[in-house]
Design a protein around this ligand. Structure first.
Ligand code: ADP
Length: 557
């Protein structure tokens, strides 16, 4: 049956005992655009003949007795289904109530009335069929909705989605792409349906660049392509690597954003996809979008929960280590105080020496308390930076020179007209004092310490502190910027430290929107470097969640 905008045409089988009369009816219908087959009643083969024609309408013309009409209609409907339209032409004197017929026309035949009745039946039939299809689609979608709620974890969800995508439109393959905001890429998700693992791994594309000049889901909406290999709207490498024949692709939207794409490919039986398939996949994309969003929220919650657990563990560990680090100098202070109190015979010089140690240990404790407080403040987001302009050359000179000892010379290398930056001067001083202090501390044989500054691009500066001291074994480099991380070698452990300094440096540098790293060779020395934006106040500070990601490699220029 063909549905025009106004006119409906279909296939009508006319059954009559008289061929001439049958043909007369047929002519009227043909001139209205219908396809008509005339079958002459007269033998037992009439039923089979009608069934073979699979018409939309059975028109039984004059000359058949009522029981014969009823019998024929019932048998044909049994074979072709209740959807068959039945129209009966009756004599002027026949009763009005003829069972089994959808419509009835009385003699004498009016061709206008005939075509009107046929059109009515076809229209009703078309609406019924459309409704039926909708019901089937809804049933399928209902199954899909139910399946989504069963999904456990991303792989299972995408597996379900891909399979449902394929099944709902009778495709062999299904795939879900998700947008990766960091990479600005659409990335195919595991599990897919009908694709190999390698195909899914390789299926990704940048949303900028070439993809923009091809099919743009934001501008163009869903895509139907029944010859993907030669379709210029698709990225050719994608069509090739996924071996796509026919494709149906529908964006997964969240408000104005496109979160991903549902793709069904290669229609079973080789035919192409049509409007019905597209509507189905669109309806499914609505459901899938909700499921994907739920999954995202679920994963986010899980991550936040894991992070809280990890923070809790770190906090307990932190408290234990800090308690230990406090106890050791406290025991020393108490020991020296006892000696001074209980030993009246101590010389004045020894007494002064002991008291100096007590003061040094007390200062150490105060510094440890400050570090602990600072870490807690930064980690809990309570520390705000106070930005102001810093002229790096004089600034470094002012804070580094007092750190040089007799055995260490500090050499400063700042190019002329070096630009000033916007930073928190108190915190930046803390970073420099820590790095230069470490360079001095971990170069027990003495030697030069170089501080170098350079510009990187238009908007960053790099500061490096180079020493020629103990160096750091490779296996320790990765964890060096974490809390309480110390190199546990004999030489290092002889030098007093808490393992908090570099962690604090990292928090401060990242809080400035920068990065810190180290390059080192055991026995040769170390270079600690940091890159800072020229204007940290314009950069969003790193979130506390990113603190555990150590940046230990120098970023490329
Ligand atoms: P602390 O010096 O208080 O132990 P830091 O966090 O500043 O804590 O340093 C962590 C560890 O990194 C140190 O214990 C040391 O083993 C190593 N380290 C830091 N700076 C240097 C350096 N310039 N040369 C060699 N090792 C270093």
């Amino acid at each position: 049956m063909i549905l025009g905008r106004r006119h409906v045409v279909g296939h009508v089988a006319v059954v009559d005992a008289d061929r001439a009369r049958g043909e007369h009816v047929a002519r009227a219908l043909r001139s209205a655009g219908h396809r008509v087959t005339v079958l002459v009643e007269g033998g037992r083969r009439i039923l089979q003949a009608v069934v073979e024609q699979t018409p939309d309408i059975l028109l039984i013309s004059l000359g058949l007795s009522e029981p014969a009409v009823g019998g024929l209609v019932r048998s044909v409907r049994q074979a072709l289904g209740d959807d068959l339209g039945v129209l009966v032409l009756v004599g002027r004197e026949d009763p009005d109530t003829l069972v089994e017929a959808d419509e009835m026309i009385k003699e004498p035949l009016d061709t206008g009335e005939l075509t009107l009745r046929v059109t009515n039946i076809l229209r009703a039939q078309a609406e019924r069929r459309l409704l039926q299809r909708r019901v089937e689609q809804l049933l399928k979608l209902h199954k899909v909705t139910w399946a989504f709620s069963l999904a456990g974890g991303p792989r299972k969800l995408f597996g379900h989605l891909s399979r449902q995508c394929a099944e709902i439109v009778k495709a062999r393959k299904g795939l879900v792409f998700l947008f990766d905001a960091e990479r600005r890429q659409m990335q195919a998700q595991h599990e897919a349906w009908g694709f190999t693992l390698e195909q899914v791994d390789a299926a990704r594309y940048n949303v900028d660049g070439e993809a923009r000049s091809r099919w743009n889901f934001r501008k163009n909406g869903p895509l139907v392509s029944n010859n993907a290999q030669s379709d210029t709207r698709l990225l050719p490498e994608m069509a090739t690597s996924l071996e796509l024949g026919s494709v149906l692709a529908v964006p997964l939207t969240r408000g104005p954003k496109i979160d991903g794409v549902l793709l069904a490919a290669d229609r079973e039986g080789g035919g192409g996809f049509g409007d019905d398939d597209l509507n189905l996949l669109l309806a499914m994309a609505g459901q899938a979008g909700v499921a994907v969003e739920n999954l995202r929220l679920h994963e986010e919650l899980k991550r936040a929960n894991d992070m809280l657990k990890e923070y809790d563990r770190l906090k307990s560990e932190f408290v234990a280590i800090v308690a230990h680090d406090f106890r050791r100098p406290l025991m020393g202070i108490r020991g020296f105080a006892e000696l001074v109190l209980d030993e009246p015979a101590l010389s004045e010089e020894t007494r002064r020496e002991f008291m100096r140690t007590v003061i040094a240990e007390t200062d150490g404790l105060a510094a440890l308390a400050n570090d602990t407080l600072l870490i807690t403040q930064i980690e809990t987001g309570q520390l705000s930076f106070r930005w102001s302009e810093v002229d790096l050359g004089p600034f470094i000179l002012q804070h580094s020179m007092p750190l040089g000892l007799a055995e260490h010379s500090i050499l400063l290398d700042v190019p002329p007209h070096f630009p000033s930056i916007v930073a928190d001067p108190d915190r930046l001083r803390q970073v420099l004092v820590n790095l230069i202090g470490n360079a001095v501390k971990y170069s027990p044989q003495g030697g030069a310490i170089n501080i170098r500054c350079r510009e990187r691009g238009d908007d960053h500066v790099v500061i490096e502190v180079v020493d020629h001291g103990l160096g750091i074994p490779k296996e320790h480099v990765a964890s060096l910027f974490q809390k309480f991380s110390r190199v546990r070698s004999e030489e290092h452990m002889r030098i007093q430290g808490t393992g908090l300094g570099l962690y604090i440096c990292r928090l401060i540098v990242e809080g400035h929107g920068g990065q810190i790293w180290v390059e080192s060779e055991v026995g040769q020395g170390s270079t600690f470097g940091l890159v800072l934006p020229r204007d940290a106040s314009a950069i969003v500070p790193a979130s506390p969640g990113s603190y555990e990601r150590a940046a230990v490699r120098p970023p490329r220029d």
